[in-house]
Ligand binder design. Structure first.
Ligand code: F0G
Length: 464
């Protein structure tokens, strides 16, 4: 008899199952991605989502406090006494009428799921607590990732806070924002700057992890995605268990959209929701593999029989032209998303679609989010820019309820933000203009004043 929790190949023609103790995250038979799978009949799934509210009054228990583990019954892959938590997932789903107006939906219909409140400042902590829990179960002493900066910050903080593992991180040279690099260094991670970009680093870290037996925490690790499912549970919780019409999420390595799809498919199968929302993935225009394949080339999951030749050909074209991902939204500067097949499955099951947003639109949307009271880094602005586009196209309707995911904190990447608001034309050109951004439509410029009381008073009376 197999365990009630196991890994299963996502390829329906294969469907091989693997023991949950594995640290090799591809199918041993066909090399496809793996899911964490549950035999729910032998577990105790919740009878209703409302039942989770009982955990709110038990907040001195770390497993009830964590915004991930208070949904334990929906990701019960480890015994409760093995769970590693640092209090992640205390995040906010905030209604924003100013962003609603910018996007074009009615007041009260737009929500921002702000994952910047996590301990390391990004949504990654939702997945890291789950991967760390699994890593501990299998006795890992070293954990590695390739990263555009947030996964590495998250890994570094979990290693520092628990002292259970040594963090080894692979980052592309010059490709990571200062806020994120600062976190990796400050939390003591072994930081390897590879001469290349994220796609190069991800390929390398998989080789190295295999060769040295180091535990891999990139989102190819299916336990990461179990943790990230809870972002959707918290959205539902904030909406008093009502399913919104749309979830709009930035797409990089496509872990989030894959996790969100799995969350909703499972909730539906368990009879805990009666419909699923639609999922919209927003690529940066300079890193738009998923958009190109899904929207331009018509690639579909097709019940698991997707045309992998299309993907191979696309990557061959990138190689032939030496085409590299390039966007100011450095977190999603990724051309070879490792979770692409799972993302296709999520879109099929949740009526999904993909759009791309220019760096200009991303930065303008990000400025609007901040003006509305929540700060985010550029990649997160993609979700709001994408929602606006979908309104303009008439695909999202003004009376639909939309949740945009703000994946990370504003202070992760201040360089683009300062350049956007700066009155220094040289700085603007250096940081933004050279990358194709033409204007800062919502800039809030600092006012230069002499160190003189009258002049200072005059300036304040003029501007405020
Ligand atoms: N937003 C932010 C702020 C991110 O850091 C990432 C991914 C994404 C969105 C995209 O999420 O990969 O699930 O589609 N950052 C990874 C990293 C790749 O290394 O930190 P995804």
């Amino acid at each position: 008899m197999t365990d009630a929790v196991f890994l299963r190949c996502i390829n329906p023609l294969c469907g091989a199952t693997v023991d949950r103790g594995t640290t090799h995250f591809r199918c041993p038979k066909c090399n496809s991605l793996l899911d964490v799978a549950y035999d729910w009949d032998r577990l105790q799934p919740p009878r209703s989502l409302k039942a989770f509210e009982a955990k709110w009054s038990d907040r001195t228990n770390p497993l009830s406090f964590s915004g991930v583990w208070r949904f334990y019954e929906l990701l019960p892959f480890a015994p409760t006494n093995q769970i590693l938590t640092i209090g992640e997932g205390q995040t906010l789903c905030q209604r924003s009428d100013s962003v609603a107006q910018y996007v074009g939906v009615k007041p009260g219909n737009l929500f921002l799921q702000y994952e910047g409140m996590n301990p390391s400042g990004s949504f990654k902590d939702n997945g890291m607590t789950a991967a760390f829990t699994h890593a501990q179960l299998v006795g890992a002493r070293r954990a590695a990732c390739a990263s555009t900066g947030n996964t590495s910050a998250s890994l570094a903080i979990y290693c520092a806070a628990t002292t259970l593992m040594r963090a080894i991180i692979f980052i592309g040279s010059g490709k990571i924002s200062y806020g994120k690099l600062a976190q990796a260094l400050d939390h003591g991670a072994l930081t390897l700057q590879i001469a290349g970009d994220f796609d190069d680093a991800l390929a390398r870290v998989q080789q190295v992890a295999g060769q040295l037996g180091i535990y891999l925490v990139n989102s190819i690790n299916p336990f990461r995605l179990e943790g990230q499912k809870t972002i959707m549970y918290r959205v539902l919780e904030a909406l008093r268990w009502e399913v919104p019409d749309w979830i709009v999420v930035p797409g990089g390595n496509l872990g989030n959209v894959s996790a969100f799809g799995k969350a909703f498919i499972e909730l539906k199968e368990l009879g805990l929701i009666d419909r699923v929302p639609r999922l919209a993935v927003i690529n940066a225009a300079g890193a738009d593999t998923f958009y190109q394949l899904y929207e331009r080339q018509g690639l579909r999951w097709n019940g698991g029989h997707f045309d992998s030749q299309k993907i191979d050909n696309y990557y061959r074209g990138l190689d032939a032209g030496n085409l590299r991902a390039s966007t100011l939204a450095s977190a999603i500067e990724i051309n070879r998303p490792v979770n692409l097949p799972k993302a296709l499955r999520a879109l099929e099951r949740c009526g999904g679609l993909v759009r791309e947003a220019s760096d200009q639109d991303i930065l303008d949307a990000k400025a609007k989010v901040a003006a509305g009271g929540l700060g985010c880094e550029p990649a997160s602005g993609a979700s709001v820019a994408g929602a606006k586009k979908l309104l303009q196209e008439g695909i999202i309707q003004p009376d639909e309820r939309v949740v945009c995911i703000l994946s990370a904190h504003q202070l992760k990447d201040p360089t683009a933000t300062v350049a956007y608001h700066s009155s220094d034309a040289k700085l603007f050109e250096e940081v933004l203009g050279s990358r194709g951004v033409k204007r800062a439509a919502f800039a809030n410029r600092a006012v230069q004043v002499p160190n003189d009381l009258d002049e200072i008073v005059k300036a304040i009376q003029l501007y405020a």
